[in-house]
Ligand binder design. Structure first.
Ligand code: IZC
Ligand code: ZN
Length: 419
């Protein structure tokens, strides 16, 4: 195993460490770009960062001439529904006929269709599938990510999903952070009494803590799913048990989830596509990070993207994510999401790089470990097939990764064409 690797002749190096903590508001637009740099990785950690001509002669087991390429921290993905059974391609035709996402759910499809498949799937099947998607995530430059449960909504299946995520996190080189999303939809059994479903899910909190199966508790606060009042009670219980909070807030209907996320001191409010002016103001004045998911709005065929410009101008800290899931955003390609953030939410490339590194790391409580290239930190580093950071959101829909290093080890290398 390679012990030390020197990356030299780096055209642009983004270390993403010019600010402490999540990067807010206009600071998101300031990017420190180091030119002609080198990074020495040793025993899994970043050992040295300096001008290329000073480090080029450093001893290393492997020396890689980056030939002027862009080098950044490994990307951090803060919102995925990684563990699920089946898929929902048969719902695409319904979508094309204009049947809305929440209507498909109401008819027993959507999330509930994935619940049926996930309940049926064995732990081994779910594990193999999760590992497959993790590999693909890694291929796009992601080195740390979050994974939610939420396709069980019965105790047994939720625990099965969380155990699969834990095992995947232990066995895959990527670092995984787990979220319990038992409150994701209302199943047939609980149609008349969603409170009982929430009680049932809350009754798992102690066991989840004991088995260390999740750090966060999340809920889907939406029309036809859980109300603001139900969400407040459920999340408060989770907080009292010592969980950090996330919320699917203001995705489709503006129920005030953004304000509730702030009120409860949630680590993140996610989606925020239809947050009101008041919601944005409160978010900007809080420590809650806004996790925006433009791929979902694109995929659902909706015109209203989250108002990232207003959020950033008012001083909020913003991260972005794929929302990888089998229904509303079926992609592992975070680079495509970076393009959508630029084209549809008018985020600048500088803001986008903060949103997929340092801010995304803070969104999953990994601000001290991931999202930055810093001496002494785990060497999670991506070499890109591009000479500058503007290029990645600009050239959309393809994979620009040249090489991904996770803790100093090559995790993914672009395959060469055979012709
Ligand atoms: O499976 O549709 N919005 N949850 C809330 C999702 C989308 C995932 C899904
Ligand atoms: Zn989601």
């Amino acid at each position: 195993m390679t012990q030390s690797t020197l990356l030299y002749n780096i055209g642009q190096l983004l270390t993403m460490d010019q600010y402490e903590g999540p990067v807010r508001g206009k600071d998101m637009g300031n990017l420190d770009v180091k030119e002609n740099y080198a990074v020495l990785m040793k025993d899994g950690k970043v050992e040295k960062i300096g001008p290329s001509d000073e480090l080029a002669d450093t001893q290393a087991d492997e020396k890689i001439d980056c030939q002027g390429k862009l080098v950044t921290p490994g990307l951090v993905e803060p919102h995925t529904h990684l563990v699920f059974g089946g898929s929902r391609e048969h719902e695409m035709a319904l979508k094309q006929q204009g049947v809305p996402y929440l209507e498909i759910l109401k008819q027993g499809g959507g999330i509930l269709s994935t619940v049926r498949s996930t309940r049926k799937a064995s732990e081994e099947e779910l594990y193999e599938k999760a590992m497959f998607h993790l590999n693909r995530m890694a291929s796009y430059g992601i080195t740390t990510m979050e994974a939610k449960s939420g396709y069980g909504m019965d105790k047994e299946t939720e625990l099965k999903q969380l155990r699969v995520a834990k095992k995947a996190g232990e066995n895959h080189p990527l670092d995984l952070v787990s979220t319990f999303l038992g409150a994701h939809a209302i199943t047939e059994e609980y149609k008349e009494n969603p409170e009982a479903l929430l009680d049932e899910m809350a009754s798992l909190f102690d066991q989840i803590k004991e088995e260390d199966l999740a750090e966060f508790v999340d809920i889907f606060t939406e029309t036809g799913v859980f109300t603001i009042e139900q969400s407040r009670r459920y999340l408060q219980k989770a907080k009292d048990k010592g969980f950090d909070l996330k919320m699917h807030a203001d995705e489709i209907d503006p129920l005030g989830g953004t304000q509730l996320a702030v009120e409860l001191g949630a680590t993140t409010g996610d989606h925020l596509a239809v947050s009101t002016d008041e919601g944005i103001k409160q978010l900007a004045e809080s420590d809650t990070i806004g996790v925006l998911l433009p791929g979902t709005i694109f995929y659902l065929g909706k015109g209203e993207f989250a108002r990232a410009r207003k959020m950033i101008e008012e001083g909020a800290a913003i991260a972005i994510s794929t929302d990888f899931n089998p229904g509303s955003s079926v992609t592992e390609n975070i680079q495509l999401i970076m393009s959508l953030a630029a084209l549809k939410m008018k985020m600048t490339p500088e803001e986008i790089w903060h949103a997929v590194t340092v801010n995304a790391a803070h969104a999953i409580n990994r601000g001290d470990e991931a999202g930055q290239i810093k001496v002494g930190r785990k060497a999670d580093v991506v070499v890109w097939d591009a000479t500058n950071y503007l290029y990645i959101p600009y050239h959309y829909g393809v994979n620009h990764v040249n090489t991904v290093f996770k803790a100093g080890q090559k995790l993914f290398e672009r395959g060469d064409l055979l012709v």
